[in-house]
Ligand binder design. Structure first.
Ligand SMILES: Nc1ncnc2c1ncn2[C@@H]1O[C@H](COP(=O)(O)OP(=O)(O)OP(=O)(O)O)[C@@H](O)[C@H]1O
Ligand SMILES: [Mg+2]
Length: 251
């Protein structure tokens, strides 16, 4: 079971989009996947077409000490081979995690039942910024996938992930893939920013995937609760290229 975080301190760069497309893509390749939505806005759940009306138990119930809920009771089937663990009360979860003395162990404990289920991948969609929840996620996962918006301010800020990992005394080797997102291949500016990204990471060990273009259809798919595999063939092909790289590196 591979545990992967989709993380970037910056907001709005495509974390939830990438989390959903990677999860559905892996499930379409025959892997058994659970997507853990730890983004307070529930975007990855919504992008899969799953709203609050579809669940009443969430990750919060696993954290709430008054509740006796089992993990399996919080999981919902989103697609074939793709399950979802939704969240609620994200601020309470964050506050509760501040009270935990061993942040490095908290998710191992809360999600321990996953070890006995037959998932190949646990994909965690993270909210932006440094939070206690994201500290816990970074300690828990083996790998980090970082979507970066191909735009000047975002590419310049992407080094902050190294500081974050260093502060938690975690290895930078956890960063497995950088996905350039919202790429506009027509502009010179986008090309320059993509080159900057490649230079910055020195394209070591194929860490940077082929870019995902900026496409209105990707936004539309999210709004409709569909994945690109159900709505946009061109974006689906681009995400399959990313998946190929992912599977080659850690599949
Ligand atoms: N390649 C793309 N082309 C067009 N729109 C995109 C693309 N990637 C993401 N989007 C859209 O951009 C918006 C932000 O994406 P998303 O919610 O995935 O970002 P995020 O990093 O998860 O944001 P947050 O920090 O708020 O969690 C969404 O409306 C999404 O549909
Ligand atoms: Mg998000």
């Amino acid at each position: 079971m591979k545990k992967i975080a989709i993380l970037n301190n910056k907001g709005g760069v495509g974390k939830s989009t990438v989390a959903v497309q990677i999860s559905h893509g892996l499930s379409k390749l025959g892997y058994k996947v659970i997507l853990v939505d730890l983004d307070g806005q529930n975007d990855s759940s919504l992008f899969l077409g799953i709203t609050e009306a579809d669940y009443n138990k969430t990750f919060y119930d696993l954290v709430d000490k008054r509740s006796n809920i089992k993990l399996e009771d919080c999981i919902i089937e989103a697609r074939e081979n793709l399950d979802l663990l939704p969240n609620s009360h994200i601020e309470e979860i964050n506050a509760e995690f501040y009270r935990e003395s061993r942040i490095d162990l908290v998710l191992n404990e809360k999600l321990s039942d996953l070890e006995n289920m037959d998932y190949d991948f646990v994909i965690i969609d993270c909210g932006p910024q440094r939070t206690r929840i994201n500290d816990a996620v970074l300690c828990y996962v083996d790998d980090i996938i970082m979507p970066v918006q191909v735009e000047a301010a975002s590419v310049r800020a992407c080094g902050s992930i190294y500081e974050y990992l260093a502060d938690l005394r975690l290895s930078p080797d956890k960063i497995t893939l950088i996905i350039p997102n919202m790429y506009d291949q027509r502009t010179k500016d986008a090309k320059e920013n993509l080159e900057f990204l490649q230079e910055f990471f020195n394209d070591k060990e194929d860490i940077i995937t082929p870019p995902i273009n900026r496409r209105v259809k990707i936004t539309e798919a999210g709004k409709m609760g569909k994945t690109v595999f159900e709505y946009d063939e061109e974006a689906a092909t681009q995400f399959f290229n990313v998946l190929e790289r992912l599977v080659k590196k850690i599949g």
